[in-house]
Structure formats: structure tokens, C-alpha cells
Design a protein around this ligand. Sequence first.
Ligand SMILES: [Zn+2]
Length: 226
Amino acid sequence: MERLFRGILRFQKMHYRKEEEFFQKISKGQSPDVLFFSCSDSRVDPNLITQSKVGELFIVKNVGNIVPANTPLHKKTCTAAAIEFALLVLKVTDIVVCGHSDCGALKALYYDKKDFEDKPNLKEWLNTASEVKEEVLFQIKDLSYKKKIEMTEKRYLVKQIENLKTYPLVNEAIKAGKINIHGWYYDIGTGAVYTYNERRNVFEKIDHNEEEFMGISGGDPCEDVP
Ligand SMILES: [Zn+2]
């Protein structure tokens, strides 16, 4: 903890002091335009990978960046509350679900049942992703462990986009053209971020150049959803 305490002092003396005006401004309220679902993994920092400032992303972090479907079982999750707040109060224009490589939560799907004997809550939470594991195991037999995990991570992202649409608020906002949904995959080792192209069922690397930001969307196709 010593390191964190020193960090607080450093933040106040250097960072805050340099941007005091900005912090005074955001102290009066937030107006992020993106609802961002991310994993609790300590290596995944949404502000860092998007180079956005505090106040720009409304972030929901949970184990495995899981977006449970809107079922009676999950009606009271933080996900549902975050969606209501982000859409009705903050009026965000985009929702990002960001998965990542080497995700411990999705790797845990492949653990033995006995490994969960003392972790009943974790077991129940990860159960929401278990059907994706079954799909992966059913479709692909001869695959390295690393590839199997990557496939699970990406397939689960696609599933989460479907899950998001089970929330009436989200579904209505999409139909009304008020919101866009994005599935992103962050590769920790390379720093690359891939976005899911629903129409083509592929993940495309986000590598737009400045001209594309001026109005031409792009990104080279990277790979099919494995
Ligand atoms: Zn993770």
C-alpha cells in the first residue's frame, strides 16, 4: 500500500496541480459519451488504451467483462443499473464491450470443477459464459490451449453484444439510431485493439489513419471470429 500512498501524493502535487482547472470543471458533473464494459484484470486500463481523459468513459469493470443477458436471474446485476444510468441520465451514444487476451476469467472456464469448491460466487458468475466454452469445444477439437482461450474470448464478446440487445432500453436505442454497440478485443502483448464487424463476422484491427478519421471508416480485416 505504501506505493499507492506515495502515488496519491504524487498525483496531488504534480498531476492535479498541473490540471487544476480541468479538475475543477469536471467536479461539477460528468458527461461521458461512452459506456465501457471492461474486465477487472489489472492489465486492462480503458483510459490508457484509448488515451482518453478521466470523465470521458463511464466504465463498468467486472470479472471477465461479462454482460449477462437480461434474464430474471440477472435482473439485479450492476450491468442493468449501469445501462439505465448511462442511457437515461448520461445519454451516452456508444457502448463498448472490451475483452482482452489472456483473460483469467475465461481461462477459468476450463478449470476442474473441484477448483471452484471454495468459490461458489465466481462459479455462478462465470456460468454465464459457459455455453460459449461448450460451443468452442464442440466445433474445434485440435487446437492449442492459447488458441482455444483466444477463441473463447472472442466468441464470448460476440455473445455479449447479443446479450446487450436483450435489454429493452438498449434494443430500443439501437432501433432509434441513438446508440452504437462495439465489441473490442485488446491484445495485451502487442497493444493492438480489434473491433468486431458484425456484418462480416470478423474482428478488424483498429488502425485508422488521420484521413479515415476525417470521414472514411476503415481498418484492415484481421481475422474471422475463430
Ligand atoms: Zn479478463
